[in-house]
Design a protein around this ligand. Structure first.
Ligand SMILES: [Zn+2]
Length: 156
């Protein structure tokens, strides 16, 4: 990430579905939705289970660890608060402890603290927290946390 993110240029407004997620980030916990009926897990927050359609939805506290499933490098700042941060990496991160055996993986999208030269598909990552001027809003970033034997990078 080239420069700072200007958190004063954005206002996060938790809604009914994401309120619990923002409460968890304030506690430095990375959570995903979990169906209280069938155990299915998913992200981003939604009002009903996409496997059994139950609206009895809760939260699953992950370990805040995963691996890079894929990534892109953002070079054009779409949001005003990111104008000095480009280029930065947005990764699709798989969370093994939140996977749904026999069904599908739980993956999230997140901004990485690491620059492109440090990033590769397959590398382990862990969550890292950043406070904002709004004491109710703590942002999860992710960072590379180790090495892996079988990694792949976009050429260039
Ligand atoms: Zn369900």
């Amino acid at each position: 990430m080239a420069g700072p993110i200007h958190w004063d240029r954005v206002k996060f407004i938790p809604d009914y579905d994401s309120k619990g997620w923002w409460e968890a980030t304030k506690r430095r916990e990375y959570v995903v939705n979990q169906c209280n009926k069938c155990g299915n897990k998913w992200f981003p927050p939604l009002p009903a289970c996409n496997r059994c359609q139950s609206t009895d939805v809760g939260w699953f506290k992950t370990q805040g660890k995963g691996f890079i499933y894929s990534y892109v490098v953002v070079v054009q700042p779409i949001f005003a608060h990111f104008v000095d941060a480009v280029p930065y990496v947005v990764a699709v991160i798989e969370l093994p402890d939140a996977n749904n055996p026999g069904h599908y993986a739980t993956r999230i999208a997140a901004v990485l603290r690491d620059d492109e030269d440090k990033v590769a598909i397959g590398l382990p990552v862990e969550v890292d927290w950043e406070e904002t001027p709004d004491p109710e809003i703590v942002i999860p970033f992710w960072k590379v946390s180790g090495t892996a034997d079988n990694t792949w990078k976009f050429p260039g």
